[in-house]
Design a protein around this ligand. Structure first.
Ligand code: ACM
Length: 643
């Protein structure tokens, strides 16, 4: 390659690091009128540069030399600058992607590739953290069922095994198990009245509870609800060995067992960020297969953010024509990875319906998130006439480095936009909930807008933050009229404007969730420190991920217990609907990286969500996890290895 970029930490203090960047011209030609385009996850103090000039939008930076001279053959450009954040300890903290531009083209950018050398961290590589697991047992169901009794003996599953259902409540599960068995056996499995896998309605079983009985000649899956049948199916699938005992007959021997089981928490979710990087439908379906297998029942679909709008909205085609794409020649600048090309994608309504149906067959409800009023840059750039207030001179910078990503509560267009988008999303998604984000609105926003000031005066608000509550209250009412309950991140409570009907997802800390529950909000506990699966899972510098909320090794994820500091009879516990994990995808741009971050921690969270604390044991879990690897290997999941 003709160009090389070196990036090193030269000094680190608690809240300030000095970095050096060197661009080498390894070609035999001068590089005239150059600019270096690179992505980097932290905010650079542009006034601290020793050489050159820097412009930063989110993670995207454009560095120019500030001089007319070309970069000579075999010459280099060197600069230093300051970043005012915590010390760097991961290679992923370095430059994510880069390209060079040369010439004075002001319209179309022609990217030239540049090689990025490994991030030069000042500290020695830390030890890789691995986890020693107990030996696997014969039955390794995760999450641990409430009661499981091995009966001795085996049921032989073959291509001749058929399924029988006695209730429409089991139709989704029968489609799911048929697909799974067809994948296993390479043959279609019949559903008819003389099947030996029986789905049977049992009125006395509670919502989501199930019983599973595997006998020598029959398998009984019993429940009173669709979700109960899904969970019974999940347990049965986990009893299947990953290899047939008779290759020629394709016979899979299932251990005879009796299981009675029900979940500890009603809400067992996972959030996937599809905005920062786009995950294709097939990747999501494969993830849904695993979520269902481990008895998650909520897929929280983060569909919009600063860096991309991912869902088709008929009223505003611009949202996906413009807002779903970023790149050097797009309206939205490149971010994170793949920055020299046009990058993006979105889900058509038809694709969303397909995912909703696919999830429903597996007992999973899809809850869409439309993140407002912050994290709205893709929408604002797509619909500037509707969503921009030219008189707003407020100065702010979001934590991700944007100064133009917050909807204005004083613009009529904002309310038209929210109403139209929410209406379409409500119609598209059958879930009785809709998540409206509400996170990370930075201070300074709306402070220097005459229209916002007038709105504050009209309503007697003293703090611009109250305007966030004002806008969210509109969303809450609008959703309520559509028969939906609003959900939001914990900042939705700021300004005290939304009602206690809104469900809060607490993410900043355990204490924040506890406070919301004590204040009377229903909460989903999602403290980053215990549930954010984009956090690195080991100590070494080359571990993938981020560490702003610390690192999250497998056992730490397993040991999480919501509201553990409160006595068990504290009424706040009644407000905890469940727990959720999240995969934010700034650095997750492939199936393999997604899986590396998720597995095996997803299985640990599954057990925290499903199994009552008194039935959980790390040693027992680690043995069962060991027994799950054959399955993960078989389906080709790139999980992080344990020893
Ligand atoms: C969040 O992590 N901003 C909810």
């Amino acid at each position: 390659m003709s160009f090389r970029l070196d990036f090193v930490v030269i000094e680190q203090q608690q809240n300030q690091s000095r970095l050096a960047l060197t661009l080498h011209n390894l070609s035999d030609k001068p590089l005239a009128q150059w600019s270096l385009h690179f992505t980097f996850g932290r905010w650079i103090d542009s006034s601290s540069l020793t050489h050159g000039e820097l412009e930063q939008t989110g993670s995207y930076n454009i560095l120019t030399s500030g001089r007319k001279e070309a970069l000579k053959p075999n010459g280099h450009f060197y600069t230093e600058f300051t970043v005012g954040t915590k010390p760097f300890s991961l290679l992923d903290d370095g430059i994510i992607d880069a390209f060079i531009c040369s010439g004075n083209s002001t319209s179309l950018i022609n990217p030239l590739p540049v090689e990025i050398t490994a991030f030069g961290l000042q500290h020695p590589q830390l030890k890789r953290h691995t986890t020693a697991l107990e030996a696997a047992a014969e039955i390794n169901i995760i999450p641990a069922p409430q009661h499981l009794k091995p009966l001795g003996g085996l049921f032989a599953l073959t291509p001749h095994t058929a399924i029988e259902i006695d209730t429409p409540l089991a139709e989704g599960s029968s489609r799911w198990i048929s697909t799974e068995l067809e994948n296993l056996l390479n043959e279609k499995v019949a559903v008819h009245a003389a099947g030996s896998i029986h789905y049977q309605y049992r009125e006395h079983l509670a919502d989501s509870a199930y019983q599973l009985l595997v006998e020598q000649d029959d398998i009984w899956l019993m429940a009173s609800t669709e979700s109960g049948f899904s969970h019974a199916t999940a347990s049965l699938l986990q009893l299947l060995p990953s290899q047939p005992s008779h290759q020629a007959d394709m016979a899979y021997h299932i251990p005879m067992v009796e299981i009675c089981d029900e979940p500890h928490f009603a809400h067992r979710g996972m959030m996937l960020d599809c905005a920062r990087h786009f995950h294709p439908v097939e990747r999501i379906k494969f993830l849904l297969d695993q979520l269902a297998r481990f008895k998650f029942n909520i897929f929280h679909w983060h569909l919009t953010d600063d860096e991309g709008w991912r869902i088709e909205i008929d009223a505003y085609p611009e949202l996906t024509q413009t807002g779903a794409w970023r790149g050097p020649n797009e309206l939205i600048q490149p971010q994170f990875t793949t920055i020299s090309q046009r990058y993006g994608g979105y889900y058509s309504k038809q694709e969303a319906r397909d995912i909703i149906r696919y999830a429903a067959d597996r007992g999973i409800m899809v809850i869409p998130e439309i993140d407002i009023p912050g994290h709205s840059r893709a929408a604002i750039k797509s619909l500037p006439a509707l969503l921009t207030d030219p008189d707003d001179k407020s100065i702010y910078r979001s934590i991700q480095g944007y100064n133009d990503n917050i909807l204005s509560p004083a613009l009529e267009g904002t309310y038209t936009f929210i109403a139209n988008v929410l209406d379409e999303i409500c119609d598209l998604f059958p879930a009785p909930y809709l998540h409206i984000g509400a996170d990370e609105v930075p201070s300074g926003v709306w402070a220097d807008s005459p229209a916002c000031r007038a709105l504050m005066e009209k309503h007697g608000y003293e703090d611009p933050k109250e305007l966030q509550g004002h806008l969210l209250r509109f969303a809450e009412k609008h959703l309520s009229n559509k028969g939906k309950r609003m959900m939001g991140w914990e900042e939705a409570t700021q300004g005290d404007k939304v009602s206690k009907d809104t469900i809060i997802f607490s993410w900043l800390s355990e204490e924040a969730g506890q406070k919301c529950a004590q204040a009377g909000y229903d909460v989903v506990m999602q403290p980053a420190q215990a549930t954010y699966l984009d956090l690195a899972q080991g100590e070494s510098a080359d571990e993938a991920g981020v560490d702003w909320a610390g690192r999250l090794p497998l056992e730490q994820a397993y040991q999480y217990q919501p509201l553990a500091k409160l006595p068990t009879d504290d009424p706040a516990h009644q407000h905890v609907r469940g727990i959720q994990c999240a995969l934010w995808c700034e650095l997750v741009n492939s199936k393999s990286r997604l899986e590396y971050m998720l597995y095996p921690r997803l299985l640990a969270i599954a057990e925290v969500a499903w199994t009552a604390p008194e039935n959980r044991s790390w040693a027992d879990f680690s043995a069962r996890l060991n027994g799950q690897f054959a399955y993960l290997d078989k389906v080709g999941i790139n999980y992080r290895r344990c020893e």
